[in-house]
Write a protein that binds this ligand. Structure first.
Ligand SMILES: NC(=O)c1ccc[n+]([C@@H]2O[C@H](COP(=O)([O-])OP(=O)(O)OC[C@H]3O[C@@H](n4cnc5c(N)ncnc54)[C@H](O)[C@@H]3O)[C@@H](O)[C@H]2O)c1
Length: 282
């Protein structure tokens, strides 16, 4: 018997990284999944992975910053599977990076539209269906950047802190409906958002990320999928409004947060300044 038998889940940003690993994990535990992402090719590959893991899944092309597309995503879940029990608001980008004085208002707003508005819309449009189902679990991916500062990641830090506190206020509003609202704060997870599928960079990041945190290995998407499964399942029925940190111990004490620690950082797809859009876009 699976831990999510009979449940229906939407996962945004599920064409890649954390979202894909979570979709596969949920599918293996009996959930039917809507894979929602901008990236159709990656999304269809995730559908195949879910099916190979014994589950049911469909792809719905979705830009999480657009209200009409979020509504269509929720409608697709109900049309395909008849109900909605779980939404994982996970889609993300690096957004505007670099010195604060050089961030344009347009790049700031584009960042918030994906990282914060997308989570707001996902919550807003899923609760009605969850009430009909008798309750549900809303999960979002925040970040350790939502609970501490990272120089040069101003828009990202602000948006993720917004996700953490929106989680708390929404948890208060929807507890009476048996809808739990939680978020996950990952540490460094070796996904395309960091290596952008550049040759050799994933492997270099793996080595480098292992050096600097108390648990000396890089974070993997499955580490977050495991927490998402706990939050999605009835095992967490008395947990709401929480920001669950999954970071190999990074935030409790690590030289890694000092940019000079852990050896020289590998050349990555991360730009020092400008705008970092979806990881599948070159
Ligand atoms: N990898 C890390 O170190 C790390 C750490 C903390 C938090 N996070 C967060 O985890 C989440 C997942 O990121 P990941 O590491 O798996 O990266 P990823 O790039 O592998 O996955 C992100 C997915 O979101 C999709 N996406 C981007 N913009 C979108 C939009 N407007 N609408 C729909 N889909 C969109 C991308 O196409 C991609 O499939 C993000 O919210 C990210 O901010 C990642």
């Amino acid at each position: 018997m699976g831990r999510l038998d009979g449940k229906v889940a939407i996962i945004t940003g599920a064409a890649s990284g954390i979202g894909r690993a979570t979709a596969v994990r949920f599918a293996g535990e009996g959930a039917a999944i809507v894979i929602a992402d901008l990236n159709a090719e990656g999304g269809e590959a995730s559908v195949r992975d879910c099916k190979e893991n014994g589950g049911r899944a469909v792809f719905q092309k979705t830009n999480v910053s657009l209200e009409a597309e979020i509504k269509a995503m929720v409608a697709r879940a109900v049309k395909e599977y008849g109900r909605l029990d779980i939404i994982y608001n996970n889609a993300g980008i690096g957004g505007a990076v670099g010195p604060l004085e050089q961030i344009t208002v347009e790049d700031w707003d584009r960042s918030q539209a994906v990282l914060l508005r997308g989570v707001f819309l996902g919550i807003k449009h899923s609760v009605a269906e969850m009430r009909k189902a008798g309750g549900g679990s809303i999960i979002s991916t925040a970040s350790i950047a939502g609970i501490r500062g990272f120089n040069g990641l101003h828009a990202y830090c602000a948006a993720k802190a917004g996700v953490v506190n929106l989680t708390r206020s929404a948890a208060l509003e929807f507890a009476k409906d048996k809808i739990r609202v939680n978020c996950i704060c990952p540490g460094g997870i070796n996904t395309p958002i960091l290596h952008r599928n550049m040759p050799g960079v994933k492997e270099a990041m793996e080595q480098w990320m292992a050096k600097g945190q108390p648990i000396q290995r890089a974070g993997h998407p499955e580490d977050i999928a495991n927490m998402a499964l706990f939050l999605a399942s009835d095992d967490s029925e008395w947990v709401t409004g929480q920001a669950m940190v999954v970071d190999g111990g990074l935030t409790v004490g690590s030289q890694f947060l000092d940019q000079t620690a852990g050896g020289e950082r590998p050349q990555t797809g991360i730009v020092p300044q400008g705008f970092m859009g979806p990881s599948f876009e070159k």
